[in-house]
Design a protein around this ligand. Structure first.
Ligand SMILES: *Cc1c(COP(=O)(O)O)cnc(C)c1O
Length: 411
């Protein structure tokens, strides 16, 4: 028996206790979603649609409240008018920050797509161009620099703190809820007013709580990731304190109109159904990640997290260590996708990135990464960032095929 065959054979037994935990989290989050549907008395009238200004959209307003409940928040705005997670983050930042305010990131440099938003990269529409100041405190050994954060807040009046949980294209660990809880306490001991915002992309429903439960003021995420359940065709959400959600809503639409406008254009059912599926789809993604981790570690690659490791998001890192294996693996994932399987992913340069990037994504929804996708920059140590899978069997099949592709490319 080959090493791979042996690993595949042992997997169900070895991984059973870890999958059991994933199932328990899934059940608790499913209960949370169902409770929110019942509390808000969802009926088929909520599938109705508005056009034009979108006044009196019963379904849209109910969806906002359901997301607020599920995200343990006072309020939420969930809209297809958010064109991406980055857009929702941008609206949250511009909605809150004013000239001369300080924005402080305490999880190091934020996600690449925010470079021009914050103004690391020159842009005449950046926060910097409006006179918003930016400061950054890096993580230390994948954890917050609690002392430095406390002393910075003692010395400066900071308007808003940004925390990014998931790792983007970095090698750090995802920030767990226990670290969020601890840092919120640290912050509140020094400053009771600073607005704490969390970029929650890829993290929703991986645990049984969300950062808002621990006192975070604003939470932002994309609907073509976890909470869209693979059904929402686009959109994003901002949830949290209702005064802040009102403020950012007036930035998304119009001062004075806020959440009252914004047509749902027939998407209410998809948003509701997507959220309904989300706990299970996230569980399938996490199981696919655990399975990937187990096989590839068994074959000698470094992985993060390991199959036994704590997980706070749906992303699996594989350190391939060489260009050929990373490319072959991504080709294998693409070839095992439902859509565009007959196309090969080609490494290419992307705006905002220094290195070429390879991306395997054969998804029903363009750019959706709750569907199985795998990508990585072509630089040392050749790390793949794999995430998603609408079901575990499809994920399992794809990962096995991608590994076979590495073997067949070598020989
Ligand atoms: C995906 C993601 C975003 C938002 O990305 P979009 O592609 O604009 O939706 C922001 N932050 C993190 C950490 C992410 O993973």
């Amino acid at each position: 028996m080959t090493k791979l065959e042996q690993l595949k054979k042992d997997a169900s037994k070895v991984l059973a206790p870890y999958f059991e935990k994933v199932d328990a989290v899934c059940e608790e989050n499913s209960r949370k979603v169902m409770d929110a549907f019942h509390k808000n008395q969802v009926t088929d009238a909520h599938f109705g649609s508005t056009t034009g200004y979108g006044y009196d959209d019963l379904g849209r307003d109910t969806i906002d409240q359901i997301f607020a409940d599920v995200l343990e928040s006072e309020s939420a705005i969930v809209r297809s008018q958010f064109i991406s997670g980055t857009h929702a983050l941008t609206v949250a930042l511009f909605g809150i920050l004013r000239p001369n305010d300080i924005l402080l990131s305490i999880s190091g440099k934020p996600y690449d797509t925010l470079d021009q938003v914050i103004g690391f990269t020159e842009n005449p529409s950046s926060l910097a161009s409006f006179g918003v100041k930016y400061e950054q405190i890096d993580l230390v050994e994948d954890d917050f620099d609690y002392e430095k954060i406390a002393s910075f807040l003692q010395d400066h009046k900071v308007k808003m703190i940004e925390i990014q949980r998931s790792k983007g294209y970095s090698t750090r660990k995802t920030i767990s809820l226990s670290k969020i809880e601890k840092v919120v306490k640290t912050i509140r001991e020094v400053d009771s007013e600073v607005i704490i915002m969390v970029d929650n992309c890829y993290c929703e429903f991986v645990s049984t709580h969300e950062p808002t439960y621990y006192g975070v003021d604003l939470l932002v995420g994309s609907l073509i990731k976890n909470l869209g359940g693979g059904i929402a065709p686009n959109g994003a959400y901002i949830a949290g304190r209702s005064d802040l959600v009102d403020l950012v809503s007036e930035r998304l639409t119009v001062p004075g109109q806020g959440r009252e406008v914004g047509p749902s254009l027939g998407l209410n059912k998809a948003f509701l159904q997507g959220l309904f599926f989300a706990p299970s789809v996230v569980a399938s993604s996490v199981k696919t990640a655990i399975y990937t981790s187990y096989l590839l570690e068994g074959l000698g690659y470094q992985v993060e997290p390991t199959y036994q490791g704590e997980r706070s998001d749906i992303v699996q890192n594989i350190f391939f260590g060489n260009r050929e294996d990373l490319i072959a693996y991504c080709e294998g994932i693409q070839a095992a996708s439902p859509i565009n399987a007959h196309y090969a992913p080609v490494p290419s340069s992307m705006p905002g990135y220094d290195d070429e990037i390879i991306m395997a994504a054969g998804a029903f929804t363009q750019g959706s990464s709750i569907e199985l996708s795998c990508d990585g920059p072509l630089r040392e140590p050749y790390i793949a960032y794999q995430q998603g899978s609408l079901t575990f069997p499809y994920g399992k099949i794809a990962v096995e095929q991608a590994i076979e592709k590495i073997f067949s490319t070598r020989s």
